[in-house]
Design a protein around this ligand. Structure first.
Ligand SMILES: Nc1nc2c(c(=O)[nH]1)N[C@@H](CNc1ccc(C(=O)N[C@@H](CCC(=O)N[C@@H](CCC(=O)N[C@@H](CCC(=O)O)C(=O)O)C(=O)O)C(=O)O)cc1)CN2
Ligand SMILES: [Zn+2]
Length: 783
């Protein structure tokens, strides 16, 4: 400490000019106000003025919270998704979304959800495809291109928000998705190269930047996160083309990368004609030194030093040790910020009074992160002594974490060491298992099933809330959930489904539910993070070694099985998904944490089998999402992810049928690793992007059974029997039909029973039709 005091005293003003800014802020509000406003609007229980008013209030409140910064983001707010907003700003909507009745808001939600408000404004359309935003659990709506695509600037959203910010006296920095990333994230229909669209797209961006300048913007943040991925020469060239064209627009561009280091793109990024460059200095820490050496001396360097993807307190002392020399070197050219938008962390730790106090002292949510940023800036501007007491308090929690017995459990570490001897592969090959399982289960051709959850109704959630707040006791809650399970089983029998589920009524969320029951995880009361649209999750916090206290799902599954003679699927969330959808430890490798989770889940699988559950589904929807963005790191991840799944799933007998489920990501490029999981059945989302995926399964000659999701559960629209039959017929042209299943593309928890019943009825009808028309050729000859 003394050294720094000296340093700062001798040069008190050496970095007065460090600039602080933020890249984006959570949108939902402290009490998820936006969620409730949206859902009331969709149910036609409130009008557009009420919704827009809520949105405006939230923007205003969130700018106030960020007001200590030198630059505050504007335009990062969204009613549903910021990529969809960008599509509207660029005047780029698929044709089916263009003709419509009703106002702009209706058009927006129709594309997002397939329909706007209930019973409003014309017929439903197919919603835009939804997929993962890089390696996060946030979903964006995929832009759709074709050879006819045209762009036309629509600046109304940004003008509105810019006006609000100005009126509030905010030091506003508009935020845009960059043109190259926008193109990269979109999909071209009917073949062709979407890079051909770049010149037309750039005209609109240039016009937009001119307008922002005219409105008085000095800096514009342009997000190009694909700079952290491997780019082939065409895409590198696109960057040059784009930013050379945009350089004449008078605004200063802060080119923003995040979710990783620049790696091979370092030189490209450093030399684009922009005024500043933002780098994720958490994940791209190693890149900074190299970048400093090549960055032209006119450019601002923004370092994202606060982790926007996790909830741990920043080690401010270590950060200052590293930053001070950089600040000295760059002077006013240094900006500091969170590594990425704070969209991916909860808003405020203050809403978590019930957390264990020592754990709490290790954490930092969005508001706390901005405070950390301000402390860093003060220390850089005025010397560390100016924030000495705050620093001391801040670091205390951190020091204690490293030693805490809450974190380190010797018995878990011993079990982990011993786990190397456990088998991670099934005892027999698939074909043999298939025969034994079919003998035991006696399923028809085109077996029907669902993905696990059934509607999470108001009464279910209220019962849970009343239980959690002590208004009802455990026995009453337990009975209420049993009644829900019984109802769910009855409905499925009436519908005539073949493999049943218990419906997951007792689960608040497929990851949080397990986090709540496992040792080593903490859960929050209000730590909401947006997943898509109005839907949020509370990622559990994995802070210590993981252990299963007792069976977690067995008594529910046993009860559900007791209600039916049909097979009842046991339902677990896989280790990789639990890992990827939690905030995880940063003090050990992710794969170590994952293996601990896998061991706990393995015991659960074996207990389910022991309890007579013959079909066990282990969901891994986040397997793809955790794939590192850089190719060089992918193989290692896939290896340990596949091994962890195997550790969980593959200790069972041949007769036990293992299912897995995946959704809402691009799976085409990892099919061979999905095959390595060796699940007997995979149910997989295909409804919004059917053909691509089926072709990939065909190309790879995927060896086990597949249930390509036949309808989109994220849209309230009813599926058509003909469409489902067509989708499965086309699947049968590509894959052996004895290995095809009939199921929706994901769980039904977000839907209402009034939507689910007719939809599943139609799905069962589709299966019945297929049984008439599509039989294996050997059966046909036998007839
Ligand atoms: N972790 C995770 N990530 C995921 C998915 C997922 O299922 N889980 N699925 C994909 C995304 N899909 C999703 C689908 C649905 C929801 C979802 O329904 N979220 C719920 C919250 C779920 C939850 O925790 N529910 C709590 C209820 C908490 C609550 O809202 N309680 C009310 C009171 C009850 C009421 O009247 O509604 C309150 O406190 O105000 C519970 O059941 O216990 C929501 O936004 O509404 C989230 C993601 C990909 N990523
Ligand atoms: Zn799913």
């Amino acid at each position: 400490m003394g050294v720094f005091l000296c340093l700062s005293e001798s040069q008190p003003h050496w970095s007065e000019m460090v600039t602080t800014h933020n890249l984006g802020f959570p949108r939902m509000g402290l009490r998820r106000e936006l969620k409730f406003a949206l859902e009331a609007y969709w149910r036609a229980e409130s009008d557009s003025a009420t919704l827009l008013d809520c949105a405006r209030t939230l923007r205003q409140r969130h700018w106030t919270l960020q007001n200590g910064l030198d630059w505050v983001p504007v335009g990062d707010f969204s009613l549903y998704d910021h990529m969809l907003d960008m599509s509207f700003t660029l005047g780029h909507l698929p044709e089916r979304a263009q003709g419509f009745e009703g106002d702009e808001l209706e058009r927006y939600f129709r594309l997002a959800r397939g329909q706007g408000r209930s019973a409003c404004c014309g017929s439903a359309i197919a919603a835009a495809e939804m997929t993962k935003w890089f390696d996060t659990n946030y979903h964006y709506l995929v832009p759709e291109f074709d050879a006819q695509t045209r762009f036309e600037l629509d600046d109304r959203r940004l003008r509105q928000q810019w006006g609000e910010a100005l009126a509030q006296g905010v030091r506003a920095k508009p935020v845009l998705i960059g043109p190259v990333t926008y193109l990269w994230l979109g999909k071209m229909r009917g073949g062709g190269d979407r890079l051909h669209l770049l010149p037309a797209l750039l005209e609109v961006y240039a016009e937009l930047l001119k307008r922002l300048h005219a409105w008085g913007a000095t800096w514009v943040q342009i997000d190009e996160p694909i700079l952290v991925q491997d780019l082939d020469p065409d895409w590198q060239h696109a960057f040059n083309l784009a930013y050379h064209q945009l350089k004449n627009t008078s605004v200063q561009i802060l080119l923003t990368s995040y979710f990783g280091g620049l790696g091979e793109n370092r030189y490209l990024a450093a030399n684009l004609p922009v005024a500043g460059l933002h780098l994720d200095a958490v994940r791209g820490h190693e890149d900074v030194a190299a970048l400093l050496n090549i960055l032209p001396s006119t450019k601002v360097l923004s370092l994202g030093v606060i982790d926007g993807r996790n909830i741990w307190k920043t080690d401010l002392e270590a950060t200052l040790n590293w930053l001070e020399p950089i600040a000295q070197r760059l002077q006013e050219r240094l900006w500091i910020a969170p590594s990425c938008s704070l969209l991916h962390v909860p808003l405020d730790l203050a809403t978590e009074p019930a957390l264990d106090p020592s754990l709490r002292s290790w954490l930092s949510f969005a508001r706390q992160k901005l405070h950390e940023l301000e402390l860093l800036a003060r220390a850089l501007r005025l010397g560390r002594q100016s924030v000495a007491s705050e620093l001391l308090a801040h670091q205390q929690g951190l020091n204690q974490r490293a030693q805490s017995p809450l974190v380190h459990r010797p018995e878990v570490q011993a079990a982990l060491r011993a786990s190397g001897a456990l088998p991670i592969e099934r005892r027999s090959p698939y074909t043999e298992r298939e025969r034994k399982q079919q003998a035991a289960l006696q399923l028809p051709l085109w077996p029907t099933t669902t993905i696990g959850s059934f509607p999470q109704t108001g009464p279910i959630r209220q019962a849970r809330q009343r239980f959690k707040s002590g208004l009802i006791d455990a026995a009453t809650y337990e009975q209420a959930m049993r009644d829900e399970i019984a109802l769910c089983v009855r409905e499925q029998e009436t519908l005539g489904l073949d493999v049943l589920v218990h419906g997951e009524a007792e689960r608040n969320d497929m990851v949080e539910y397990f986090g709540e029951q496992l040792e080593g995880f903490a859960f929050t009361a209000n730590g909401w993070v947006q997943s898509y649209g109005s839907r949020c999750v509370k990622p559990p916090i994995l802070y210590g070694d993981v252990q299963r206290r007792q069976p977690m799902t067995v008594h529910w599954s046993r009860y559900a099985q007791s209600l039916t003679r049909k097979p009842m699927k046991g339902m677990l969330t896989g280790p990789v998904t639990v890992l990827n959808w939690s905030f995880v430890r940063d003090d050990q490798p992710r794969q170590t944490s994952c293996r601990q989770i896998a061991l706990a889940l393995r015991a659960e699988v074996l207990d389910l089998e022991q309890a007579g559950i013959a079909v066990i589904q282990i969901d891994e929807p986040a397997l793809r999402e955790g794939l590192p963005l850089k190719r060089a790191e992918q193989a290692a991840y896939l290896d340990w992810a596949v091994a962890c799944f195997g550790l969980t799933a593959n200790g069972v007998r041949d007769e036990t049928q293992i299912h897995t489920h995946m959704c809402y990501a691009e799976f085409n490029d990892i099919i061979e690793h999905i095959a390595r999981l060796d699940a007997d059945v995979i149910t997989i989302e295909t409804a919004r992007s059917a053909l691509d995926l089926l072709e990939a399964f065909e190309r790879y000659a995927y060896p086990n059974a597949i249930g390509p999701g036949v309808y989109d559960i994220h849209s309230p629209n009813q599926p058509e029997v003909g469409r489902m039959v067509a989708l499965l017929s086309s699947a049968a042209q590509r894959l052996p039909l004895e290995r095809l299943w009939v199921n929706p593309d994901c769980g039904l928890k977000t839907r209402q029973w009034s939507e689910v019943k007719p939809a599943l009825q139609r799905m069962v009808q589709a299966a019945q039709q297929l049984r008439q028309t599509h039989r294996p050729s050997r059966l046909q000859t036998a007839n």
